[in-house]
Each structure stands twice: as structure tokens, then as C-alpha cells.
Write a protein that binds this ligand. Structure first.
Ligand code: FPP
Length: 232
């Protein structure tokens, strides 16, 4: 995937709802886990391309708080893909230039996977493209977690800044653009607080089929929009 342009400060953060892996596999008569495997390949390419065009923050919805109700072998295969990706990042932390961040409640993960994720956050903190991977993530869960932290700190008069500072995404600017693949037009409990003024881009393309051209289209569409933030 090669690029011919760079984005400007208006587009710093793109978040992806990587939908359609299961359908991609089913259409080919393959088990759903193959969809996730090809989805993980598309993820690598898309993250690289976003970095190449100058995006500073990428966030992906890899596993939601609701995804635990999927068949056990599907959950296991997604966790395995994440684990292999983390191993890969650990080996090539310097070449990748990716600063990893995990958003979500990692306490429900295999302790070794959660520890690896936290270690990777440490190892990659000097890199510049911030990649947030949402695992066991839910927007409602995140807001409840933030309020509980504020309550523990004895806060009674809570500001919007207080809440933002306790979200898993604290310190990361809100997404400018949220891309959802595979034709569904909903947020599915992703970045509920942070998406208040995000632009949305929906495509019928299934996640494993996503290429740099689809990103170019989403970027083009983003720049054709006027962001008014409630003003005239
Ligand atoms: C949604 O498609 C996708 C997921 C729940 C999992 C996303 C996981 C990956 C892309 C692979 C692992 C990620 C990393 C970061 C290495 P779906 O299964 O709901 O598709 P469907 O709607 O067609 O069934």
C-alpha cells in the first residue's frame, strides 16, 4: 500500500470498528476464525497506511465486553491473534514506531496476555503513532469505571474534564473520524463519550477486504464535511 498525500491537523485520529470478519469467512465457506485471521492481516496493513499518511492516533475495536458470548473457539482465536500481534510488536518495537495502548478492562483476560499488553505499553512508549487496541472494551463500562474512580477519589461536583481524565483513553484526543465496515450503521458501545463530535464513515466493504483505497475514500469524505461543533 503506497500513498501520495499526508493529512493535516484536522485529521489526527481515526478509529475503526472492524466489522464483517465472520461474513467474509462464511461467504468463502470457511470457519469464522479465518475471517479474524485475514482481518488481523488487514489491520496490520491499515495501521501501517494510516501512519504513512500522517495519522497520529489509530484506535481499533478488537474485542467488546459483549464479544465474550461468542463461541469459545472464536473467542480463543481472536485472543490468539492478539497475542501473536503483541509478540510481533515486542520483537520489532523499534522498527514499527507504534506506541501501543490498551483500552478496556484487561482484568478479564488471561493474566499472561494482560501482562504482555502492559509490558508492550512500556516498551513502545517512545514511539510516535499511538495505536489503541480496545479489548474487553465497552463505552458504557468505561464511563461507569470513570465515575467509580471519581467516587473513590471523593469527587462530588464532577466536570466533563474530570470524566475524560478517568476514561481509558485519557490523554488521547477524541476521534476525528470513526470508520465502520461491513454495512452496519451503529456505534455498538464503542467510544460513546469520545465520539460526541466525530465524523462517521460507513462502508459496505468487509474488514478483511479493506485496502488503502478505502482509507483514501474515507479521508476524502472527511475533508468534504464541515465540522461545526454545534455552531452555525
Ligand atoms: C467483528 O467482525 C470483528 C471482531 C469482533 C474481531 C476483530 C478482530 C480482529 C480484526 C483480529 C484481531 C485483532 C488484532 C488487533 C490483531 P464479526 O466477527 O462480528 O463479523 P460479522 O458481523 O460478519 O459476523
Amino acid at each position: 500500500m503506497s500513498n501520495s498525500y499526508t493529512v493535516d491537523e484536522r485529521l489526527q485520529h481515526i478509529a475503526f470498528i472492524m466489522d464483517g470478519n465472520g461474513r467474509w469467512a462464511e461467504r468463502r465457506g470457511m470457519p469464522r476464525r479465518f475471517g479474524h485471521r485475514y482481518g488481523a492481516e488487514a489491520f496490520r496493513k491499515i495501521v501501517k497506511y494510516c501512519g504513512d499518511i500522517g495519522i497520529k492516533y489509530v484506535t481499533v475495536y478488537a474485542f467488546s465486553t459483549e464479544n465474550w458470548s461468542r463461541p469459545e473457539n472464536e473467542v480463543r482465536s481472536i485472543m490468539k491473534l492478539l497475542d501473536s500481534y503483541l509478540d510481533e510488536c515486542e520483537k520489532s518495537a523499534k522498527d514499527y514506531n507504534i506506541k501501543l495502548r490498551f483500552i478496556g478492562d484487561l482484568s478479564k483476560l488471561e493474566p499472561s496476555l494482560a501482562a504482555k499488553a502492559r509490558r508492550l505499553e512500556e516498551i513502545t512508549q517512545e514511539n510516535s503513532l499511538t495505536l489503541s487496541i480496545a479489548i474487553n472494551y465497552g463505552g458504557k463500562d468505561e464511563i461507569v469505571h470513570a465515575f467509580n474512580n471519581l467516587a473513590k477519589k471523593g469527587k462530588t461536583c464532577i466536570s466533563s474534564e474530570d470524566i475524560a481524565s478517568e476514561l481509558y483513553t485519557a490523554g488521547i484526543p477524541d476521534p476525528d473520524l470513526i470508520v465502520r465496515t461491513a454495512g452496519e450503521m451503529r456505534l455498538s458501545n464503542f467510544l460513546m463519550w469520545q465520539s460526541a463530535y466525530s465524523e462517521f464513515y460507513f462502508t459496505d466493504t468487509l474488514w478483511p477486504d479493506m485496502t488503502s483505497k478505502d482509507i483514501d475514500k474515507a479521508v476524502e469524505e472527511f475533508y468534504s464535511r464541515q465540522r461545526r461543533y454545534g455552531k452555525v
